[in-house]
Structures are given as C-alpha cells and as structure tokens.
Design a protein around this ligand. Structure first.
Ligand SMILES: *[C@@H]1O[C@H](CO)[C@@H](O)[C@H](O)[C@H]1NC(C)=O
Ligand SMILES: *[C@@H]1O[C@H](CO)[C@@H](O)[C@H](O)[C@H]1NC(C)=O
Ligand SMILES: *[C@@H]1O[C@H](CO)[C@@H](O)[C@H](O)[C@H]1NC(C)=O
Ligand SMILES: *[C@@H]1O[C@H](CO)[C@@H](O)[C@H](O)[C@H]1NC(C)=O
Ligand SMILES: *[C@@H]1O[C@H](CO)[C@@H](O)[C@H](O)[C@H]1NC(C)=O
Ligand SMILES: *[C@@H]1O[C@H](CO)[C@@H](O)[C@H](O)[C@H]1NC(C)=O
Length: 213
C-alpha cells in the first residue's frame, strides 16, 4: 500500500514537472513572424505636378520588424514582385533584397527603386486610379538561445493605391499580409517530440535540438 502511494506521488510529480517543462519550452520556442510594411511609395511618372511621365522609376521603402523580444531573425534573400493591377495584370518589376540578420525587437528600412520599363504611365493614369500589387517571398529562421530554427516560409503581399501625386493613397504604413493559410503542424511536431522524449525518458534537450534542426 505504502509503496503504491509513493509511486502515485512520484507519478504525479513527474506529470506536473513535465507539464511545466512543456509550458516553459512552448513559451520560449514560440515565434512571431516579422511584420513587413510599405512606408513610402512613389511613381514620379504619375505625379501630375511634374507634367512628365518620362521618369520610369518606381521608388519605395520596405520596413521589416522583428516582433520577437528574445529571438533574432535570419532573413534569406527577399524576393519582391510588383504587378500593375490593370486588365492584364502586368509584372512591372521584380527585385531582390539581400538576406540579413536582425537583432531582437529591431526594425530595418530598405529603400528600393527600379526602372519600370515598358509601361506607358501616361495611359495608365488616364485610366483613373492606379493600383500596384506587391508580393514578397522569403524564408526566415529564428535564433533561440544557441539554436537556429528550421526555415519558415514567409509569403506576404498587399495592394498599393497610388494617387495623383504619384504616392500611395494611404498616409500610414501599409502592412503586408498573408493571403495563404498558416502552415499547420510546426507546434504539433514539437508536442510529438516532447511526448516521445517523455516516454523514452531521454533528455529533453536532445529532442528539442532534433525539433529545431
Ligand atoms: C511631385 O512633383 C512636384 C513638382 O515637381 C514636387 O514638388 C513634389 O514633391 C512631387 N511629389 C513627390 C511625392 O515627390
Ligand atoms: C506644367 O504645365 C503647366 C501648363 O502647361 C505649366 O504652367 C507648368 O509650369 C508646368 N509645370 C512644370 C513643373 O513644368
Ligand atoms: C526620377 O525621379 C526620382 C525621384 O524624384 C529621382 O530621384 C530620379 O533621379 C529621377 N530619374 C530620372 C531618370 O530623372
Ligand atoms: C525577374 O523577371 C525576369 C523576367 O521575367 C526574370 O528573367 C528574372 O529571373 C526575374 N528575377 C527574379 C529575381 O525573380
Ligand atoms: C485602359 O482602360 C481600357 C478600357 O478599360 C483598356 O482597354 C486599356 O488596356 C487600359 N489601359 C491601360 C494602360 O491600363
Ligand atoms: C514573382 O513572379 C514569378 C513569376 O511569375 C513567380 O515565380 C514568383 O514566385 C513570384 N514571386 C513572388 C515573391 O511573388
């Protein structure tokens, strides 16, 4: 009797400890995706005060914010597509921003510009409002203590309405959002690793490392 009571207590203790470990690990492994936004957007050819649409530049500022206070972010090369949303949905430009490492809770601003060749901006502006769609694709890894997580794809986009001054209609930053569904399974993988680890009485850190790599 006494022996089974001791065992029960031990078992209970184990469950509580395991539960708290899992909670703690989940809290420290949880990541938030970077927040991307367009802070400035200018097409000089659409600036009606300029009387000229010969300047084919397209200029914009992309802001990237690491929303994690305890994890830094490694960005892979960032691919951007800009599409003019008229009847034909023409790709007016694509560009790449080199990958970089961003510290905890840090912001970065990337000033980009390119020549949108082959676009008759005069005809575009005659047709009324101009809307450009911006699509972003990259992959990110997070650094948690000494480990780097596996790559997580980031696909975001937004539409930018351009006014008669050639700048974005919206005076505030325009946040890029994901049209696609959030990938499932990353957290359930972790729980699976945790449960397997508990059952086999293997050190938990080994499973965490397995999960992260
Ligand atoms: C549009 O052109 C006018 C006239 O040159 C200029 O003053 C203004 O700054 C331009 N707009 C932007 C957003 O640069
Ligand atoms: C644009 O054209 C108008 C009328 O032709 C003229 O009054 C104005 O000075 C021109 N502006 C510029 C920046 O060239
Ligand atoms: C186009 O306009 C931008 C912004 O006003 C300016 O920085 C750039 O030099 C212009 N490009 C040409 C070819 O005039
Ligand atoms: C940009 O588009 C051109 C033409 O479609 C293509 O050849 C090029 O590979 C693209 N570049 C990137 C970085 O996607
Ligand atoms: C302007 O609108 C007309 C009719 O909707 C369309 O046929 C034409 O392709 C448009 N042109 C541009 C440059 O968007
Ligand atoms: C850009 O366009 C190309 C060609 O349509 C496509 O393969 C690529 O995935 C697009 N990139 C983004 C970031 O949407």
């Amino acid at each position: 009797m006494a022996e089974s009571g001791w065992c029960c207590k031990c078992c209970f203790k184990f469950i509580i400890t395991a539960g708290f470990s899992a909670l703690f690990l989940w809290l420290s492994l949880r990541t938030r995706k970077p927040k991307c936004s367009i802070e400035f957007f200018y097409i000089p050819a659409l600036n009606q005060s300029l009387n000229s649409s010969s300047n084919s530049s397209l200029i914009f500022d992309l802001r990237l914010k690491n929303q994690n206070k305890e994890k830094s972010v490694y960005y892979d090369t960032i691919y951007l597509n800009l599409t003019l949303l008229d009847e034909t949905r023409r790709l007016v430009g694509n560009l790449t921003v080199p990958g970089f490492h961003q510290g905890r809770d840090k912001k970065a601003l990337r000033k980009e510009s390119f020549e949108a060749r082959g676009v008759d901006w005069k005809a575009v502006s005659r047709n009324g409002s101009t809307v450009i769609r911006l699509d972003l694709a990259t992959a990110v890894r997070y650094k948690i203590l000494l480990w780097k997580t596996k790559r997580e794809n980031l696909r975001l986009g937004t539409e930018v309405k351009v006014n008669e001054q050639g700048v974005k209609d919206n005076p505030h930053g325009i946040t890029l959002n994901s049209g696609a569904a959030v990938p499932v399974g990353s957290l359930s993988n972790f729980w699976a690793a945790f449960l397997v680890g508990s059952v086999l009485h293997r050190p938990l850190t080994a499973d965490v490392r397995w999960y992260i790599n």
